[in-house]
Design a protein. Sequence first.
Length: 176
Amino acid sequence: MAIEIMLGTNNDLYEIAALYDDLNDFLESTINYPGWKKGVYPTKEHAENDINEQTLYIAKDGDKIVGSIVLNHEPEQDPVKGKWMVEAEVGEYLAIHRLVVHPNYLRCGIGVELLTFADKFAKANNLKAIRLDVYEGNSAAIRTYEKCGYTYIDTVDIGLGHFGLDWFRLYEKLVF
């Protein structure tokens, strides 16, 4: 399988929305590690906004979108200013959001390829670090981030307790 990663476009919107729905259906029928809910998060509207901001990247296997990732400079919240490994203002680091892999492609290395793409993107843009937050119950994602060299920083409340998502782990990877 040869995965190609590229910027998502409006032509990809419906397939990305279907990817989100397929993953949420799968999570609902198994263990919902990230706590996502179909029709709530992530949705077509999230994808549309990310495409318009040119922050959504897709992973394709041939003509099929098998994963996606959002790369921008905006944290969900920056509650631990000063606790990061490197001092960096917004714009000096890359933030990862909505890393998604189609259920038929789980455990095929797509997530690792998307994270590798993020590494290359950060280096090419002379950023200091890559940061992300992940729900503390998302053990599969946590294992992947740690395997890819991300360092645990802290566990914080980012304000999603009303969804049953009280605590999020913050991770950072320095860019060399």
